[in-house]
Design a protein around this ligand. Structure first.
Ligand code: FES
Length: 273
């Protein structure tokens, strides 16, 4: 049997031909007869561990073309018998004819491309808007926290001339039902004489109701209602006097008592926060 090994290009100097005894379909390989009287020296050298020895191939393996009388041909050079699939079902009707110019269908194909681009853009914008909205809303306060941030007060429970204190966002909240005399007195105060000038009507939504955060603007004590030189609030910590509108009139406090955000819900209810 004759085998021919051929290499191409830079491996040309290594082209070699070798004869191998291999079984074929017509002639099986006959085992060699053992000669008992001949001593065959054993090669005790350990074989070189390399790609060829591990895979059992010749030392000059690689691209090999072999031919023999009874060996099947093993090299395939071309693949021109593969059937090309028919993609006609996926192609547009006006470009089915490969010999026709594509200029005629240019407008309709452009229109289709623009339509797809616009639809994809709208869908992408919609998804992006939803993702951003979800992300932003996940950062805002939850419903239970928002519920704690508001307080609803029934005004008919507060008699005229009295001040009631509530707890709101961890701070005291004063709701004062003023008498007509207090309203007239605070409205007549000369604003220019005040340390923190503010007219009484700028601090109330309804003149008979004054709603204040009950924290002294000096160092944060809780003032006492219906006390002090001006009949409003008095902070005993360092002696700050506020009037019935919550404005600082005497003592170390630099600012008026804070007016929180509130809304009247009907005639009898106010929601603070
Ligand atoms: S904390 Fe109110 S006067 Fe100092």
């Amino acid at each position: 049997m004759l085998s021919v090994a051929a290499r191409a290009g830079p491996f040309a100097p290594f082209v070699s031909a070798a004869a191998h005894a291999v079984p074929g379909p017509l002639r099986p390989l006959a085992p060699a007869a053992a000669h008992r009287d001949r001593k065959v020296p054993l090669d005790l050298k350990r074989p070189l561990l390399c790609r060829e020895s591990l895979s059992g191939r010749a030392a000059r393996g690689g691209l090999v073309a072999s031919a023999s009388l009874n060996a099947p041909a093993g090299v395939r050079c071309v693949h021109n018998d593969v059937a090309v699939p028919d993609f006609s079902a996926y192609r547009r009707q006006d470009v089915q004819d490969a010999s026709a110019s594509s200029q005629g269908s240019s407008d309709s194909r452009k229109g289709f491309s623009y339509l797809m681009t616009a639809a994809t853009g709208v869908a992408t914008a919609y998804v992006a808007k939803n993702v951003v909205t979800q992300f932003i809303s996940s950062l805002s306060a939850s419903a239970d926290v928002l519920a704690l941030s508001k307080i609803e007060i029934k005004l008919s429970d507060i008699p005229e001339g009295k001040n009631m204190a509530f707890k709101w966002r961890g701070k005291p909240l004063f709701v004062r039902h003023r008498t007509q005399a207090e309203i007239s007195q605070e409205a007549g105060v000369d604003v220019s004489q005040l340390r923190d000038p503010q007219h009484d009507l700028d601090r109330v939504k309804k003149p008979e109701w004054v709603i204040l955060v009950g924290v002294c603007t000096h160092l944060g004590c809780v003032p006492i209602a219906n006390a002090g030189d001006f009949g409003g609030y008095y902070c005993p910590c360092h002696g700050s006097h506020y009037d019935a509108s919550g404005r600082i009139r005497k003592g170390p406090a630099p600012l008026n008592l804070e007016v929180p955000f509130y809304q009247f819900i009907g005639d009898d209810t106010v929601v603070v926060g």
